[in-house]
Write a new protein. Structure first.
Length: 227
């Protein structure tokens, strides 16, 4: 991936709305990102990544959510395996969540969110934190999301340790690594180690897919400390 500076992440923007893209670029470049490429659509982005490599962050403004767009995003995900891919949607509900999950995106954000909220969310995703909607549990268990399409076949929950299941419960509760560490009385580095082990065991690509797997296997969200 293209690196720019010690504390700066490179970014690629994908949106057909050039005016919105310009505003997004200005915002990102004031908050720790350097936009190295702007693309008008997913086909253009796939071609650019094939030719020049990916950025640290790929920020896609979702358009129609068509089958062709989904296929293109899956191609992009395959080419940019080390990148963090975030989808922005005008109405980030069940359909767009399912679309993002199937494509292996690392997060789903509301396109109408405030600049400060966007800044915080993108920094969290770059630090491997959860960036799906606060209502993700309700969305995932509702009728609008095809969970069988979102996650590949995975092992049973008895392959996980008690601590790893606790970690998944905290994830479903919307807790960050810092909060999980405090609630379980362990270090953040230990939380990250547990997440890495969980991802490997359940064959999940990201935290959102891990949340889907947890719900499929009857793991309930943690309500707070000591849960």
């Amino acid at each position: 991936m293209d690196g720019v500076g010690m504390n700066t992440w490179s970014a690629m923007l994908i949106d057909s709305d050039r005016l919105f893209c310009a505003g997004l670029r200005a915002l990102l470049e004031n908050h720790g990102f350097h936009v190295i490429r702007e693309c008008g659509g997913l086909a253009e982005a796939v071609s650019a990544v094939r030719q020049h490599g990916s950025a640290d962050l790929v920020l896609l403004c979702m358009q129609g959510g068509t089958a062709e767009e989904l296929a293109q995003l899956k191609r992009l995900r395959g080419l940019a395996q080390d990148a963090r891919i975030v989808v922005m949607a005008t109405d980030p509900k069940a359909q767009s969540l399912s679309w993002a999950l199937q494509a292996g995106a690392d997060g789903l954000l509301d396109k109408s969110m405030s600049a400060e909220a966007l800044h915080r969310a993108l920094h969290l995703v770059m630090l491997d934190e959860a960036v799906f909607p606060s209502t993700v549990t309700e969305l995932l268990t509702g009728n609008g999301v095809d969970l069988s399409m979102a996650v590949r076949a995975m092992p049973a929950s008895n392959d996980l340790s008690k601590r790893e299941i606790q970690i998944l419960r905290c994830l479903l509760g919307g807790q960050s690594n810092k909060v999980i560490a405090r609630n379980l009385n362990i270090t953040e580095s230990t939380v990250k180690m547990h997440f890495k082990n969980v991802m490997r065991k359940i064959n999940a690509q990201n935290r959102t897919q891990a949340a889907v797997w947890a719900i499929q296997h009857g793991i309930a969200p943690s309500a707070g400390a000591g849960s």
